[in-house]
Design a protein around this ligand. Structure first.
Ligand SMILES: [Zn+2]
Ligand SMILES: [Zn+2]
Length: 155
């Protein structure tokens, strides 16, 4: 099990954040773990690593991300995992999404969410699309955001 390495220096050892990130990366790869592949169907690229310090990975690869940001279509054969609406329309989070289906949400407020909480499990069936309101409420309920802000641990 990998423990979180705190960025707070104890006063004795002063390891820079960059070094922690590099150590984490080396350790991760040394354990034979692979960087998750892009969540989009038909794309096998590695995802963008947001921050090794927290083992924080994006859902998609840099190519797909760029297309998404520019509003370009996916490459041929690639299907975006992300829906164009909040899937909590069906009340799966035990409350129903307050945003009208008629209101077209911009891509930026639609978030990909891992059903099992494992940010490395990018299988289609493990991903759902939530609007930022529903995602926020879910995060508060599950404590997701606590771990995101403090840094996740791998076990
Ligand atoms: Zn991709
Ligand atoms: Zn919603």
């Amino acid at each position: 099990m990998l423990r979180k390495v705190s960025g707070q220096a104890t006063g004795v050892i002063n390891v820079s954040e960059k070094t922690i990130a590099m150590q984490n990366k080396e350790r991760y790869l040394a354990e034979g773990k692979k960087i998750p592949t892009c969540a989009n169907q038909g794309c096998d690229n590695n995802v963008i690593v947001r921050d090794w310090k927290y083992y924080s990975f994006k859902h998609v690869c840099s190519n797909c991300k760029k297309r998404e940001q520019k509003g370009l279509p996916m490459r041929p054969g690639v299907v975006s995992y992300k829906k164009t609406f909040c899937e909590n329309k069906d009340g799966r989070l035990e409350f129903v999404c307050p945003v009208s289906l008629k209101f077209q949400l911009p891509n930026g407020v639609l978030h990909g969410d891992h059903l099992d909480g494992n940010h490395e499990n990018n299988k289609m069936e493990n991903l759902q699309t939530l609007c930022s309101i529903c995602h926020h409420i879910k995060g508060k309920q599950s404590g997701d955001f606590d771990s995101a802000s403090k840094g996740r641990t791998l076990s």
